[in-house]
Design a protein around this ligand. Structure first.
Ligand SMILES: C[S@@+](CC[C@H](N)C(=O)[O-])C[C@H]1O[C@@H](n2cnc3c(N)ncnc32)[C@H](O)[C@@H]1O
Length: 292
């Protein structure tokens, strides 16, 4: 895939009315359904405002951090850090924590630097594509993590898992907190849970074209084509196992910080749930690198 097309994966949905990149994705796979996503946008603007105003006491971040193994003086690698919300929470939660945040969006890193500075914490930032990271970052980490809305932008789970394993120290721990891939199958615009898309991974991404983004319908987008890839639960777990990691724990949760489909309703300031909680909308994986 040409680089400029690849870059649209990230430009989609990230340019906000602030003229900066807001780190979020939404599995809107059908262009005619894009409008439905706008119901979630106000929330994200609100979120961005809270980030900028250091409203850091957010449950969704705490949720991710609470899943992390608690180690004093540990060095964390935040893969696809976005505006470094979770990194900030880590530094504020764990004694002696150091964080390196990686993202390939320069604008996200710029915003993340501001957020870190305003939070009075030091985060090392590396602007790099995850797949190029070994060329841009040296070292090993106690904990590597990836959170909320990252995997759908990545086409190759096995390569991603090899890179995660590469950066873990022996006995290091990896944590993923992500939207649940099962939710991918539902029609983005239906109030009912109508299956529309395949659950299975396809090497050909789902792609669509549109003007503007779900975050700002008036945003000036040069590359209008966007791509997303589905990765099933077994795709992700097998990639981590193949990379030499041991799966320690898997979690599934009914709530998510954005609405995957209109069937998912806001239940409070932060979360969306499907009435009756029939399905998992979020999941987590903890894996570790055994000492050889
Ligand atoms: C929805 S944000 C997630 C931010 C953060 N992890 C969180 O929990 O809020 C997704 C981020 O992934 C980044 N991203 C997507 N593909 C990437 C890649 N191949 N390499 C590096 N960063 C990538 C985007 O730039 C964006 O900032």
């Amino acid at each position: 895939m040409p680089t400029d097309e690849l870059l649209t994966i990230v430009t989609y949905g990230m340019i906000t009315s602030f003229g900066t990149i807001l780190t979020m994705n939404k599995s809107a796979k059908d262009p005619v359904k894009i409008q439905t996503m706008f119901s979630t946008i106000a929330h994200r603007y609100d979120l961005l405002n809270k980030v900028l105003s250091l409203g850091i006491d957010r449950h969704w971040r705490k949720f991710a951090v609470n899943q992390l193994v608690k180690r004093d003086n540990a060095h964390y690698l935040d893969v696809a850090t976005g505006t470094c919300d979770v990194s900030l929470e880590i530094i504020n939660s764990f004694k002696g924590a150091r964080v390196t945040g990686v993202d390939f969006s320069e604008t996200a890193i710029e915003l993340a630097r501001k957020v870190a500075k305003r939070g009075g914490v030091e985060v090392e930032f590396v602007c790099s594509n995850v797949y190029d990271l070994p060329e841009n970052l040296e070292g090993e980490f106690d904990i590597v993590f990836t959170s909320y809305g990252v995997l759908c932008w990545l086409n190759d789970m096995e390569e991603w898992a090899r890179i995660i394993a590469h950066y873990l120290k022996p006995e290091g721990v990896f944590l993923l907190v992500e939207s649940h891939p099962f939710m991918w199958v539902f029609d983005d615009a239906s109030e009912e849970l109508n299956q529309k898309y395949s659950y299975w991974h396809n090497t050909e991404p789902i792609s669509w074209e549109e003007n503007g983004t779900y975050a700002d319908e008036n945003a000036k987008i040069t590359n209008k084509k966007s791509y997303e890839w589905q990765h099933t639960v077994s795709d992700v777990l097998n990639a981590l196992i193949k990379a030499g990691l041991t799966i320690d724990e898997i979690g599934e949760y009914p709530e998510l910080v954005w609405a995957y489909t209109p069937a998912s309703k806001r239940v409070d300031e932060e979360y969306f749930r499907i009435p009756g909680d029939p399905l998992p909308q979020c999941w987590s994986v903890q894996a570790s690198k055994r000492k050889v």
